[in-house]
Design a protein around this ligand. Structure first.
Ligand code: COA
Length: 407
C-alpha cells in the first residue's frame, strides 16, 4: 500500500504501568492518571497541546469518575495545563472506549474537521466507591444498602448476566474448554515474563513511570505492571469459577487494575511538517455489536468487519492483539477466525498477544484498548514492520478494532 499525505498516522503512544488491586496507584483518581499520559504523549514529540483539535477520553467505570463529578475529559484537559480552548469529549463504550476515541478522532481527521487528535483511556477500578442509593430521600426504617458496581461486572441490575458467565458459557458452546482457557492464561503469563525479560516493557517506549509523592521520604515510583505472576496448569486448575461462570476463574480472567493510555495521531502531511516519524499508519477503524450474550464472539466479528473495510485478509496480519477480557474470549474468537480448522487456529493463536495480554498485565477497562493498540504498533516496529489488528470486546457484546500498518 502506498503512503499518502492524507493517511492518518500515530506519532506518539504511551501508557502508565497497570496496577494491582492494592497498589499505591489505586488512590490516584483516574482523572489524574489520565493527565499523566496526556502530558507525556505530547511531551515526547514536542507537540503544543493547543494544536490538538480533538481530545477523546475513554472511561468505563462511571462510579469511580463520579467521585470527581463528571466530564473527566474536560477536567483532565484543564488539569494537564492544556489550553482552555481545547475541545474534549468523554466517551463510554465500556472496554472499547479508548479505541472508540481513536475511531472518533480518525473520523474527524478524515472529515477534514481536525488535523491532530488524541485518544485517551483512563480507569481506576480499585478506587470505585460503593454506592448508597436512597440516602438523599432518607432511610425511614431498615438497613442501608451498599452496592458494589465492581462486583460481577455484568449489568445484573438490569437483568443481564455477569460477563464472566456469558463468556464461559459461550466458549463451551464453541468447544473451548476450561483447560484450554487455563492453558491460554498460563501462556499469557509466560509470554509476558519472556517479553519483560527481553526489555519489551520498558520505560521510555510504551511505558512511563508513575511517581507518587509521599508526605515523608522518597516518592513511590511505579515502573512496571504490577499483576503479572508465575503460575502453573495445576495451580490454575485448582481455582474455583467466579460469578456463576462455568469456566472463568481469577487465573484465566484479568485482575482489577488502575492505569491510563494515550495515543496522538495526525495526517502524514502534518507529521512531515513537524518532522515526526510515524509509529504506525491507521488503516481502518470499525465498531460492531451483537447479541449481548456473545461477548466471547464479538472480537471475531469485529476483526472480520475491519478486514472487509480495509480489503485485507487475516493471513496478511503479521500480529493480532485480542484483549483478554477473559481467556474464554481470546480462545473463542481465534477459533471462530480459524473457522474451527485446528491447524489454522494454532497459527492464529501463535500470532495473537505474542507478549502476553490482560490476564498478566491487568485490565483497567477504559484504558486497555489503547494499550493493545500501542503494543501492536511497537511490536510490529521491533519486527521490522507489517500489518496488525487489535480488537477489544466491551460490555453487552460491543466490539472495536483497528488495523495498523508499520513501515
Ligand atoms: C476474578 C476476580 C474476582 C478475583 O479477584 P480477587 O479475589 O481480588 O483476586 P485475587 O488476586 O485475590 O485472586 C483470588 C485467588 O486466586 C489466586 N490466583 C489468582 N490468579 C492466579 C493464578 N494465575 N494462578 C494461581 N492462583 C491464582 C490468588 O492467589 C487468590 O488466592 P487466595 O484466595 O488463596 O489468596 C477479579 O480479579 C475480577 O473480577 N476479575 C475480572 C475482571 C473483569 O471482569 N474485567 C472485565 C472483563 S470485560
Amino acid at each position: 500500500m502506498q503512503n499518502k499525505d492524507d493517511d492518518i498516522v500515530i506519532v506518539s503512544a504511551v501508557r502508565t504501568p497497570f496496577s494491582n488491586f492494592n497498589s499505591a496507584m489505586a488512590d490516584i483518581p483516574s482523572i489524574d492518571l489520565g493527565v499523566m499520559v496526556m502530558k507525556e504523549v505530547v511531551k515526547r514529540v514536542g507537540i503544543n497541546p493547543g494544536e490538538i483539535d480533538e481530545i477523546n477520553y475513554g472511561i468505563c467505570v462511571l462510579a469511580e469518575v463520579a467521585l470527581e463529578l463528571d466530564v473527566p475529559a474536560r477536567q483532565a484537559t484543564l488539569l494537564a495545563g492544556f489550553p482552555a480552548e481545547n475541545i474534549s469529549l468523554t466517551v463510554d463504550r465500556a472496554c472499547c472506549s479508548s479505541l472508540t476515541c481513536l475511531r472518533l478522532g480518525f473520523r474527524a481527521i478524515k472529515a477534514g474537521e481536525a488535523a491532530i487528535a488524541m485518544a485517551v483511556g483512563s480507569e481506576n477500578m480499585p478506587r470505585t466507591p460503593h454506592l448508597a442509593p436512597g440516602l438523599r430521600k432518607g432511610i425511614r426504617l431498615g438497613h442501608i444498602q451498599l452496592i458494589d458496581c465492581l462486583f460481577e461486572l455484568g449489568y445484573t441490575a438490569k437483568g443481564f448476566n455477569p460477563l464472566a458467565k456469558d463468556a464461559g458459557e459461550v466458549a463451551l458452546e464453541h468447544g473451548v474448554t476450561r483447560e484450554m482457557q487455563d492453558a491460554w492464561a498460563l501462556g499469557s503469563q509466560t509470554k509476558y515474563a519472556r517479553a519483560f525479560a527481553e526489555g519489551k516493557y520498558k520505560i521510555g517506549e510504551e511505558l512511563m513511570p508513575v511517581i507518587i509523592p509521599q508526605k515523608k521520604g522518597d516518592p513511590i515510583v511505579i515502573e512496571k505492571d504490577e499483576s503479572p505472576r508465575s503460575t502453573s496448569m495445576e495451580a490454575l486448575a485448582k481455582l474455583k469459577p467466579i460469578y456463576g461462570s462455568p469456566t472463568v476463574t481469577a487465573g484465566n480472567a484479568p485482575p482489577i487494575s488502575a492505569g491510563s493510555s494515550a495515543i496522538l495521531f495526525m495526517t502524514r502531511q502534518k507529521a512531515k511538517e513537524k518532522g515526526l516519524k510515524p509509529l504506525a499508519t491507521i488503516v481502518a477503524t470499525v465498531a460492531s455489536a451483537t447479541a449481548p450474550r456473545a461477548i466471547a464472539e464479538i472480537p471475531a466479528y469485529t476483526i472480520n468487519k475491519a478486514l472487509d473495510r480495509s480489503g485485507l485478509t487475516l493471513d496478511k496480519m503479521d500480529l493480532i492483539e485480542i484483549n483478554e477480557a477473559f481467556a474464554a474470549v481470546t480462545m473463542t474468537s481465534t477459533k471462530m477466525l480459524a473457522n474451527d480448522n485446528e491447524k489454522k487456529w494454532k497459527e492464529i493463536r501463535e500470532k495473537t498477544n505474542v507478549n502476553g495480554g490482560a490476564i498478566a498485565i491487568g485490565h483497567p477497562v477504559g484504558a486497555s484498548a489503547a494499550r493493545i493498540t500501542m503494543h501492536l504498533a511497537y511490536e510490529l516496529r521491533r519486527r521490522g514492520g507489517g500489518y496488525g489488528v487489535s480488537v477489544i470486546c466491551g460490555g453487552l457484546a460491543q466490539g472495536e478494532a483497528v488495523i495498523l500498518r508499520v513501515d
